[in-house]
Each structure stands twice: as C-alpha cells, then as structure tokens.
Design a protein around this ligand. Sequence first.
Ligand code: HSE
Length: 446
Amino acid sequence: MGDELKTVKIGLLGFGVVGQGVWKNIEQNRSALETRLGVELNINKIVVRNLNRERLISVPETILTTNANEVLEDDSIDIICELIGGTDEALTYTEEALKRGKIVVSANKALICDHGESLFELARQHGGHYFYEASVAGGIPIIKTMREALIANRFSLIFGILNGTSNYILTRMEREGLSFEETLGDARKLGYVEADESLDLDGIDAAHKLVILNYLAHGIWVNLKDIICEGIRSISKEDIEIARQLGYKIKLIGVIARDFSHNSVSVRLHPALIAKTETLAEVNEVYNGVSVTGDVVGTTVLIGRGAGQDATSSSVISDIADAVSLLKGEASTGRHTSVDPKACPDEITLELSPPDRLEGRYYFRFHVKDEEGVLAEISNIFAKHHISFATVNQKELSDNSALIMVTTHKSSEVSVLAACEAVKQLGSFMADPVYLRIFNPEDYSA
Ligand code: HSE
C-alpha cells in the first residue's frame, strides 16, 4: 500500500460502551488524529446484536449490521476492532480475522488470557497482527511502555492495582469505615461492577490482566488455575482499620516477581497490606496503577484510569494508530509492530513458582470466643509452625466473642496454611481464620 494509502477502513465488532467511545473520540479529535497519522479514518461497518437498540452515540444506519461476515470477509477493511468481550463469539471472530491475515485490535483481557497463546500463533502463521493495549489497565499505556519504552530491561518485579471496581470498594471502606456489603451496593448502583460480579470481586478480571503482563514481561503464558487468585470479599472494615493503625493500606494487587538466579517467576493476585508510603497505596477509587522494576531503568510507576469508555477507547485508538503505521509501511518490521513478545533463551525453561513457595509477613484475623486461654492456644499452634507474632490487637464484640488481629514476622506460606488448618480445629473459633499477605517490594530487590 505504501505511499498510496489515503483512507484506512475500520470495522468494529461490538458497539457497546467501548465501541461507542472509539467512535465518539475519533469524531471528537478527528482533525488532530488524521493530521498526525496522515490518513483518513473511516469506520465503515459496525457489527451489533440488535439494530434497533437505543444508543447514546448515533451513527448512520447503513453501517450497522448484525452479520459479522460483513466485516470479516470484507477485504477492503484494514483493521478489525474486537470490542464484544467474552470468550465465545469473540474467539470465533478473532480466529477468523487472524486466519485472514487481518490486523485485530482487542480490549478483551479474558480472551487474551485464555487463548492468547493460540491467537498469537495464528497471527504469526497467517501474517496477521493482534494489538491489545486496551486489555490491561484501561487508559494506562502499560503494554506499549513495556514492549517499547522499557525494551532495554529485564523485569525483576511488576506489581499493580489492576481492577478499578475493587479499588473503588476498598477506597470507600477505608475512607468511610463502611463494610464490604455496604460499599458493594453503591458500586452496583454506579454501574461499576461487571455483570458477572465474580470477575471483579474474586480477582479474576485483574488476574486476566496480570497473565497478559507476565507474558509481555517474561514470554510465558500461565494458567489461572496454577496461580493464587483471591478477591476482596473477605476484607472487613476491622482489617482496614488495624492495617491503618499499623501504617498500611489494603489493596488488591497483582504481583509478578522474577527470580533470575533460580529462573522462576511468581505470579499471583490477592489483597495485601502495603505500606501507606508506597506510591500505589495512594492509587484510589477506580484508578489503576502499575509499578515496573527493570534492571536498567529502575522503578517506573504508571497511574491512570483503568476502565471506562474514554480511557479504554484512548488505548484502542492508540492501537489503531499503530496499525495505521503498519499499513503505511512505516513500521513494517520491529518490535513495536509485533504481536509476539517471544520468550528469551532462559525463558524457554522458566518455571512458574508454586503458590506455596511464598515467604513474607502475614496478617491474620481470628474470630473467637472471648474466653481465657484462647490467645495462648493460638499462639502455641503458631509457634509450633515456626510463626512468630509481630503485633497483636484485640477487639471485644458484644456477643462474648472477640476479634484478634495479629501480624507476623517473616513466615512461609506453607507454615501459614498449616497453622490455619490447625487453629480451625480449636473449639473456640467462631469462623475460619482470615489471613492476608503483607507485600513489601523491598523483599524483591536484587
Ligand atoms: N471491571 C473492570 C475494572 C473493568 O473494574 O477494572 C476494566 O477491566
């Protein structure tokens, strides 16, 4: 196509929140965007489920269709944006497009997490391209930053807040002393919670993004079932209050910690206490943040809107711009056009660290009968498992029960799990113990 390219044709699969955002923001900044890119952008087909649905953005009726083949089989369409979500039709359409050697732009983290390996392989085999900036952390340009700006680095530690909804809930609990249930109600009213609430509340959405970041950083795909993936449902206002008194905030974080000496990587997603002096501890409400430590650059932190129509469409449009460069032949080779962060030689044998190999400090909450000797029994069991308490707090409740909140010195996850099992057998427990990890990035410094 080279110099002759004047107009780039785009097909959208899906016209929900993100699709409408892409249309709206291309229209809003069309002049600047087209000047920068040197081509006209023409969204000339949009695939929808229902032609008659009321939409906030109106588009010419002639470009709407319910037939995905009108996009997939149209050779004049240069770029296909898959903005349907889910892993059913989205998978079929993406496979079909990549088999045809198309450029596909996607915001679909679940699809990439579950099928990325085969989709990138398809793209490779058929000369297609798969861009995915919007799949991780909404408007934060983390994919491009890691793939291009930080290419000089190997990454010892990446950690981040990758789910806006759970961050909103934790922020409101912390600021207003509310319970999880009270705050969840508000998050639902504001439309923040995914239709499948488990994606947000059980950490799955954030874990999808983490798996993609791990692939980008270390060239290997990990399966969600092989990593710790825990959400925020068990966090209580008492946990947040004690954490605050001890100088911590509770955040849902994803961690990718590479151990270069043993050629292993630990990938996990769970709530954690982090020191309130950490930059990410101040990432609140629906914002996301990612801290990337590279051996050359040191630590870089990116913070921004992790979800929502405009932020996500900003990333989709950035991928469209990269696709335009590719089509114009400006970027026909090189990493910034590539779909595939290939594994480095040592990553061929990179081992996923087993979940129970973790070590660190822990926080526990025990709900027990408020009777003599209970604390002694607990501390005996923990001592037998070589777990030493660092702090102890107790809150009396009105029903002759008490909450005991402790933090520990450095312990192993194996010991923690065993101690939890052992204390559950005590007759004095009103509920299973709750434990949270205390995350300190300095534990991972080289
Ligand atoms: N439910 C997601 C979030 C939307 O809250 O971050 C973006 O993936």
